[in-house]
Design a protein around this ligand. Structure first.
Ligand code: UDX
Length: 515
């Protein structure tokens, strides 16, 4: 049996397991096991970030946690965060690594991220199963429950095969999950497929709960291809169908009831057991602040890139609510033309700005372009550019007045929970519908999708920071208040998290047996 690719960090050795040992497991797997949850996030920045916070929260609730990272992600976290010192704060929390099956130099991003899914399914799945079996008589003991990203559907098959209860987590938006679920219905009713050059403002009526505001342009970008046999379309339609997955004990979502209540009600019609426990980053912060035993860490960063913290000192020097933060997350890339439009628009808006200009993968598709001298000069006057920022701290900074964002779900919910209004410019997947919700449902920002013009950017930024500042800020602060209240004792996310902890503990007594 080949165990290559499974590495136990705390023991520093590769694990192995013989079939004889596996049968021994079957006899010891009943009842009275210490709750031990194995958590497997999708190996991308946003999902790793949110899921890690859930793992820390569970660890603080007395559950042993094994956090499973691909070698690639693990290497980056080790290089760019205080991972090791943070782990020492959590007794019973351990990291394990597993191969994602891709060569070391594979970019794992942009247009090639689909290859990651294929590889995980084909190459990581058997390693995952072997690892679960191998845990039976190695510390900290048998895995009594799995939490994995719902898109890694093979983990559900493996959980079934080895008899371990499983919960799924989705770290993108619940609103998009609901759209994924409705994709087959949209095809049946003829609302899909359509093409990118059709009328994108046409209403989409077939997504319950969104009938009054959803347009074609708010659906994930792959819906515009006109081709429902596209592998991306198939992957996400199957992902939505996962809501019906009866093997899952429940679905964990990084949102709170007061934000997404109407859509959560729709999701509950097909998947009744939801645990809305977000915003996870703020939940962890709240828990750590109230903890008498665990020291508050200097940073809870899960960044896969080195953070440039000099921007915090720059922010300290700026007036209250005067800076617009610009970041398009970990995957999106701009063309040279888009870069110049954003740059001109920002400079012409005459607002202070902090811009994350990722170096790797480069934020711009082609090689860097010549920067006109006047742009450089204006940037020096009122701008600050970094390769990667400590985003949670940036959004919580008193100088923060607005966020130009791609509307990745983590960025969106981080912004919502800090009361920072947004201009949203979505790139792909859930970002299109998140952007619509930001403007039309949450009322905390302006949707700028499908345009990238310096004049519009300038206007949107001015609207956000000047013309509509008061109304947007007021609404954003109301939302942030709701988020905070959901996390304290008696709040919706607080209670849902307690229920999750109890259900995980209960599930340890319903572990069955290995084959
Ligand atoms: C991806 C998808 O793009 C997104 O649509 C989906 O909802 C989640 O997975 P990503 O593009 O990385 O995520 O965006 P996002 O979800 O916003 O996550 C980015 C994370 O990186 C955030 O938690 C943010 O705090 C962090 N970040 C971003 C930094 O710490 N520093 C930065 O400079 C930029």
């Amino acid at each position: 049996m080949n165990y290559e690719g499974i590495n136990n960090e705390s023991e520093g050795k590769h694990m192995s397991k013989t079939p004889e040992k596996k049968s021994k497991i079957a006899t010891m797997a009943e009842g009275e096991l210490h709750p031990h949850v194995l958590i497997f996030p999708l190996p991308l920045q946003g999902p790793v970030n949110a899921t890690f916070k859930l793992a820390e929260l569970l660890s603080l609730s007395g559950i042993s946690v094994t956090f499973l990272l691909t070698d690639h992600i693990h290497g980056r976290l080790n290089r760019h965060t205080n991972l090791q010192s943070r782990l020492r704060q959590y007794p019973g929390f351990r990291i394990k690594t597993i191969s994602d099956g891709l060569p070391a130099d594979h970019p794992r991003e942009g247009n090639r991220y689909m290859e990651l899914f294929d590889s995980l399914k084909a190459k990581t799945r058997p390693l995952f199963k072997e690892m679960l079996c191998a845990y039976e008589d190695s510390p900290p003991g048998p895995v009594t429950c799995i939490i994995s990203d719902g898109i890694l559907d093979f983990t559900g098959d493996v959980a079934d095969e080895v008899g371990v209860p499983i919960f799924f987590i989705r770290t993108y938006s619940p609103t998009c999950l609901w759209i994924f679920f409705c994709l087959p219905k949209l095809v049946q009713s003829g609302e899909l497929p359509f093409h990118g050059d059709d009328d994108l403002d046409e209403a989409v009526k077939g997504v319950p709960g969104m009938e009054t505001f959803l347009r074609r342009r708010d659906l994930p970008e792959f819906c515009r291809s006109g081709d429902i046999t596209d592998p991306k379309f198939k992957l996400y339609a199957a992902e939505g169908k996962g809501l019906l997955n009866s093997r899952s004990r429940g679905l964990i979502l990084n949102t709170f009831e007061e934000l997404d209540g109407s859509i959560l009600a729709e999701i509950r019609n097909v998947c009744p057991n939801l645990y809305t426990v977000g915003p996870l980053h703020a939940a962890l912060r709240t828990k750590l602040k109230s903890s008498e035993t665990t020291p508050f860490p200097s940073s809870s960063s899960n960044s896969l890139w080195p953070e440039d913290r000099s921007c915090l000192a720059w922010l300290d020097k700026q007036p209250r609510k005067s800076v617009i933060y610009v970041s398009f997350g970990s995957i999106a890339t701009l063309t040279k033309h888009q870069l110049m439009e954003f740059w001109h628009g920002l400079v012409n808006s005459e607002q202070r700005f902090l811009w994350v200009f990722r170096r790797e993968p480069l934020a711009v598709k082609d090689s860097p372009t010549e920067i006109p001298a006047d742009l450089e000069e204006s940037t020096k006057e009122r701008g600050f550019i970094v390769g990667w920022a400590p985003q949670e701290e940036v959004l919580a900074h008193p100088a923060m007045g607005g966020f130009v964002t791609h509307c990745g779900w983590n960025s969106t919910i981080e912004s919502v929970s800090e009361g920072v209004p947004m201009v949203s410019w979505p790139y792909f997947l859930d970002q299109q519908v998140n952007s619509r919700f930001v403007e039309a449902v949450y009322n905390v920002g302006l949707d700028m999708k499908d345009t990238c013009d310096r004049v519009i950017i300038e206007k949107m930024v001015r609207d956000l920071m000047v013309e509509k500042k008061d109304e947007l800020l007021q609404r954003a602060e109301e939302m942030a208040g709701m988020a905070r209240r959901s996390l304290v004792e008696g709040g919706s996310s607080f209670c849902n998290f307690q229920r999750l902890v109890n259900d995980i503990k209960k599930s340890s007594s319903s572990r069955v047996h290995y084959p």
